[in-house]
Design a protein. Structure first.
Lengths: 271, 252
């Protein structure tokens, strides 16, 4: 084990200790989508009646080509996009009627990384924690642990504007975990990251899921990521869920790899 | 609590943003010094309300600090919308209103400090605030409120629509125009053009500037102060719901 991975492992242990809970609280299904549709004002039908359930402590991957409706679906769950019809619940709370209650229980790392260019990485993370109700000293401690965990110690006091795209993504992800939420939404979380950073983030997310029972819902194009992180996968195309199941159940003799399953379903839709 | 945290963020961010810092503070102080020096002879005219033109010009300079200054707040909002940080904040237990209010509060504090700097410069140039410290505070409050309900609203709406900091920055000169089309530099009875006088009479900024100048030169004219606050309230009642509606129409 290298010294950096030892540091990260210790940081993770400390962070999990700070969470003060052995597992996700009993919230039943962490995520429920019931016939959710979204049409944007310009007429684009981004999502057309998606229904699915994600159990607490489960990790669910949403796969699909560009424009399939993945980001809109996760945006609805993260309370950033209002559905045109249908309903969605996160941790038992309706995302439209009780958005603040939903936000208390989620972390959301967005595809378009949302960071304040004029803040330092530390300031941004501490503010995120404080907005979730952490005391300043606690927020500072957690920020330092998360920085160790995802390799941000060297850039913690640098302005976000001076950081590379990949590093900003790690800052955004770390900020999303500041309050150790029971449910984490990740919109293409490792896009643009080098293999080492990607591995560190996968490991962090897996540990959070396994040791804290954190529910993960992520969108991705990366089949390795989907297989490594996800208990179940849903493939969406043209705004609809075309198939869902465990990675193993989706594979068959005709489609022996997840990539083949993905191509089979999305090309059939396109045809 | 979250409002205060976000206001604090606005105040920390301000000196780090050269565009906002540069456009918000420096031109006002330069304009005050230049116009005050250039037109100082105006105060020698018979019947002019003061013999120190810097004293007459101080409320104008205060508005020049707060109104275009609030327009620059829209630049910061556009930057947050463009970078998606605004939406990142909305993934915390914080509503849109709180995010907006936090920024507004931070910007109000910043503009109040800028306005106070203008008044301190005026005093250093020999001006005297007839209504004393409470009157000076009232001037700052009126100027800041006018900034919020006029170009604060316009720049916020432009930021929501365009998410483009440069586009929002471009409306800055309009804020100066709004102030210039008042009795900013000369009493209205000395303005010959009836068209210009009509424009001044229709300009809500005039109804705020007038009592501010009276606070500077002669004391409290409560009826004029009330009219000033009515003008501010009218603009607010028009602009703030419009902003909320605009936000909903863009971001659902």
């Amino acid at each position: 084990m290298t010294s950096s991975s030892t540091t990260a492992a210790r940081a993770l242990d400390e962070l999990i200790g700070l969470a003060g809970r052995p597992a996700t609280p009993d919230i039943g299904d962490a995520v429920v989508l019931d016939d959710v549709a979204k049409t944007y004002p310009d007429g684009t039908e981004a999502v057309r009646g998606i229904s699915l359930r994600v159990a607490a402590g489960e990790s669910f991957g949403i796969l699909g080509p560009n424009g399939a409706g993945k980001s809109t679906t996760i945006g609805v769950l993260g309370t950033l996009v209002k559905p045109t019809s249908g309903r969605a619940w996160v941790a038992g709370h309706d995302v439209v009627a009780k958005p603040i209650e939903v936000r208390r229980r989620i972390g959301f790392a967005m595809q378009d990384v949302g960071v304040d260019a004029f803040a330092t990485a530390s300031e941004l993370m501490v503010l995120q924690g404080r907005l979730h109700g952490l005391r300043k000293a606690d927020a500072v401690t957690r920020a330092q642990l998360l920085q160790r965990l995802v390799g941000l110690e060297q850039v913690a006091d640098k302005r976000v504007s001076a950081l590379s795209g990949g590093t900003r993504r790690r800052v955004d992800l770390a900020a999303s975990l500041m309050h150790l939420p029971p449910i984490v939404f990740l919109d293409e979380p490792t896009e643009g990251l080098d293999p080492r950073s990607r591995g560190a983030i996968w490991e962090t997310l897996t540990e959070l899921r396994d040791r804290l029972g954190v529910t993960l819902v992520l969108t991705t194009h990366d089949m390795d990521e989907a297989e490594s992180l996800c208990d179940r996968i849903g493939i969406v195309d043209h705004g609809a869920l075309v198939v869902e199941g465990t990675p193993e159940s989706l594979k068959s003799t005709a489609t022996p790899t997840l990539e083949a399953v993905y191509l089979h379903h999305t090309e059939r839709q396109a045809a | 609590m979250n409002t205060l945290l976000l206001a604090q963020r606005t105040l920390v961010q301000f000196p780090r943003n050269p565009m906002v810092l540069g456009f918000s503070v420096v031109p006002v102080l330069i304009m005050y010094l230049v116009f005050g020096g250039l037109f100082s002879g105006v105060s020698d005219l018979p019947g002019f309300p003061t013999d120190n033109y810097f004293e007459y010009l101080a409320p104008t300079a205060l508005l020049l600090a707060t109104v275009p200054g609030m327009a620059t707040a829209g630049v910061s909002l556009a930057t947050d919308l463009q970078s998606r940080y605004f939406h990142k904040l909305l993934t915390t237990p914080t509503g849109v209103g709180t995010v907006m209010l936090g920024r507004l509060l931070g910007d109000c504090l910043r503009l109040a400090v800028q306005a106070a700097l203008v008044l301190l410069l005026a005093i250093a140039l020999g001006a005297h605030v007839e209504s004393g410290v409470p009157g000076a505070v009232l001037m700052i409050v009126m100027g800041t409120l006018l900034g919020i309900v006029s170009f604060g609203v316009i720049s916020a709406n432009l930021a929501i629509r365009t998410r483009d900091a440069a586009a929002v920055q471009a409306i800055g000169p309009l804020a100066f125009l709004m102030i210039f089309l008042t009795s900013a530099y000369q009493t209205t009875d000395r303005i010959d053009s009836p068209v210009l006088r009509t424009i001044i009479d229709l300009n809500p900024a005039e109804y705020v500037l007038r009592p501010m100048r009276e606070l500077m030169l002669s004391g409290y004219q409560w009826d004029h102060i009330a009219i000033g606050f009515l003008a501010i309230a009218g603009l607010g009642l028009l602009g703030l719901p419009l902003t909320a509606r605009n936000y909903r129409s863009v971001y659902g």
